[in-house]
Design a binder for this molecule. Structure first.
Ligand code: PLP
Length: 423
C-alpha cells in the first residue's frame, strides 16, 4: 500500500529533479546536503510547512522579505481589496495610490527629509536608479562601495557588489567603481576624490555576514560626504522596515542619507515593490530628464496598496518595540550558548532581530543548517562566508517562537559538540 509518507517523498523527489533539470542543478545539490531541500507548502506568520506537513520557523525569510509574517491576513486583504478596483496601472500615468504611498514614505523617512521617490520592482533595480540619480545629479562618475557589500545583481548594483565571484564572469562591469573596507573611515576618506558622485553602503552588511560597523562610522561617513559634496546612498533593503528595532537602521545613528533604497518587506511578501527615496533637491535631475528611467511594473498600483498596508501594520502594532523585546530574549540566551559551546559558536552580532552567528569554522554553517532543519528551524549559512549564519525571523514572532529557535540552536550545538567529542 502506498503511504502518505511515500507519496510525499515521491513528490519531493520529482520537484527536486525537475528543479535541477529546468532551473538550477547545483542549488539542489548544495541545499540538499545542508538539509535545506524542503518544498515550501503552507506559510503563515513566522512559520512554513513543507509538503510532508513538517512545520519550521523560517529564520531566513528571503533575507528580510517577510518582516510582517508570511501571508499576513491584513496584507492579503489589502491586495484583495485593491484587486476589486485596480491592476498594475500604466507606468506612465498618475494614480492616487502611487501618490498616497509616495507621501507616506516621505512622512516616515529619516528626518522626514526624503520627500521624493522613484519606484521599482526589486532591490537591485532601485539601487541602479539610485546610482544613476547620483551620477546624473552630481555630473560626477565615481561610485564607492564596501568590500563584502551587497546591492543586487543588476548592472550598477552588481558593479558595486563587494565580492569578486559575483562579478568575474561578467567583466568588464561599469567603470569608475571602487571598493573600500567597511567600517574604515580613513579608507573612505582616501578614496573620495573630485570625481566621486556617491558612496553606497548597507547600514549593517547582511549578505556579508551581519557586519555591524562601529557606532561612529556612519556619522563620520555622513560628515565626509557632506564636506566633500558626495551623495550618501543607504541601502536599507535588508535592514529596513523594523528589522533592527527602528523603522530604518540608520536611525540608530541619527544619520540622514541623501538617497535611501528600500524593498523586500515593503512588498509584505505578497506583491513585489521597491523604492528609491531621496531629497527634494535631487529632483533637479528628473526635472530636466523626466523620461530617463522607467520600470513597467515598478510602483504598480497593487504594490502601492500592499505597501501602504505594510507600513500601517508595522506602525499600528508597534513592531519596532516588539523587535527590541524579542531581541532581548535572543541576547540573554545567545550569550549563554557562547560560553557553553565555544567550540561551535565564536561570536554573535545582533541589532534587533538581525542576528549573525559566527561559527568557529566554515564546515559548521552547513552542519548547523542540517541540524536546525531536523529541529524545525530554517537557518541558512551565508554564501559569502559559510561560517556565518543569519537568524532573521519574521518580526511577528512571539516569545514561544523565540524560545523554540533558541532551543533548536542549543540542541543542534549540543549534537554537533557531542559528535566532535566522539570523533
Ligand atoms: N540590497 C541588499 C542589502 C540586499 O540584501 C538585497 C537582497 O538580498 C538587494 C539589495 C537586492 O534586492 P533584490 O534581490 O530584490 O534585487
Amino acid at each position: 500500500m502506498k503511504t502518505k509518507k511515500s507519496s510525499d517523498d515521491g513528490l519531493r523527489d520529482q520537484i527536486l529533479k525537475d528543479f535541477a533539470r529546468h532551473i538550477n542543478p547545483s542549488r539542489v545539490r548544495i541545499l540538499k546536503s545542508a538539509g535545506l531541500d524542503l518544498i515550501e507548502d503552507k506559510r503563515e506568520g513566522p512559520y512554513v510547512w513543507d509538503i510532508s506537513g513538517k512545520r519550521y520557523i523560517d529564520c531566513m525569510t528571503g533575507a528580510g522579505s517577510f518582516n510582517v509574517g508570511r501571508r499576513n491576513p491584513r496584507i492579503i486583504q489589502a491586495l484583495k481589496n485593491a484587486l476589486e478596483h485596480y491592476d498594475i496601472g500604466g507606468f506612465l500615468f498618475f494614480s492616487e495610490l502611487k501618490v498616497s504611498l509616495a507621501k507616506r514614505l516621505a512622512s516616515i523617512s529619516p528626518g522626514r527629509a526624503l520627500s521624493c521617490v522613484t519606484y521599482g520592482c526589486g532591490g537591485g533595480e532601485v539601487n541602479d536608479f539610485a546610482i544613476k540619480l547620483a551620477r546624473g545629479y552630481t555630473l560626477k562618475t565615481k561610485v564607492i562601495s564596501a568590500e563584502m557589500g551587497y546591492h543586487g545583481h543588476t548592472g550598477f548594483a552588481l558593479s558595486g557588489i563587494g565580492r569578486d565571484s559575483y562579478q568575474k564572469p561578467f567583466q568588464p562591469l561599469m567603470p569608475a567603481f571602487e571598493r573600500v573596507p567597511f567600517g574604515d573611515l580613513g579608507a573612505l576618506e582616501k578614496a573620495i576624490d573630485d570625481t566621486t558622485a556617491c558612496v553606497i553602503l548597507e547600514p549593517i552588511q547582511g549578505e556579508g555576514g551581519i557586519i555591524i560597523p562601529p557606532r561612529e562610522y556612519f556619522p563620520g561617513v555622513r560628515k565626509l560626504c557632506t564636506q566633500k559634496n558626495v551623495l550618501l546612498i543607504a541601502d536599507e533593503i535588508q535592514t529596513g522596515w523594523g528589522r533592527t528595532g527602528k523603522m530604518f537602521a540608520l536611525e540608530h545613528e541619527g544619520v540622514i542619507p541623501d538617497i535611501m533604497t528600500v524593498g523586500k518587506s515593503l512588498s509584505g511578501g505578497i506583491y513585489p515593490i521597491a523604492a528609491a527615496m531621496y531629497k527634494e533637491e535631487l529632483q533637479d535631475f528628473l526635472f530636466a530628464n523626466p523620461f530617463i528611467h522607467f520600470s513597467t511594473f515598478g510602483g504598480a498600483d497593487l504594490g502601492c496598496a500592499v505597501a501602504l498596508e505594510v507600513i500601517d501594520f508595522i506602525e499600528e502594532n508597534d513592531l519596532c518595540a516588539h523587535v527590541q523585546k524579542m531581541g532581548e530574549i535572543f541576547e540573554n540566551r545567545l550569550s549563554g550558548l557562547l560560553s557553553k559551546y565555544p567550540q561551535i559558536l565564536k561570536e554573535y552580532r545582533r541589532r534587533g532581530l538581525m542576528i549573525g552567528l559566527q561559527y568557529a569554522n566554515e564546515t559548521l554553517g552547513p552542519r548547523m543548517s542540517l541540524e536546525l532543519s531536523r529541529n524545525g528551524v530554517i537557518g541558512v549559512f551565508s554564501g559569502n562566508n559559510p561560517s556565518v549564519m543569519r537568524i532573521m525571523p519574521s518580526l511577528v514572532i512571539q516569545q514561544q517562537d523565540a524560545e523554540f529557535i533558541l532551543d533548536a540552536l542549543e540542541k543542534s550545538m549540543k549534537t554537533l559538540s557531542q559528535g566532535a567529542q566522539n570523533g
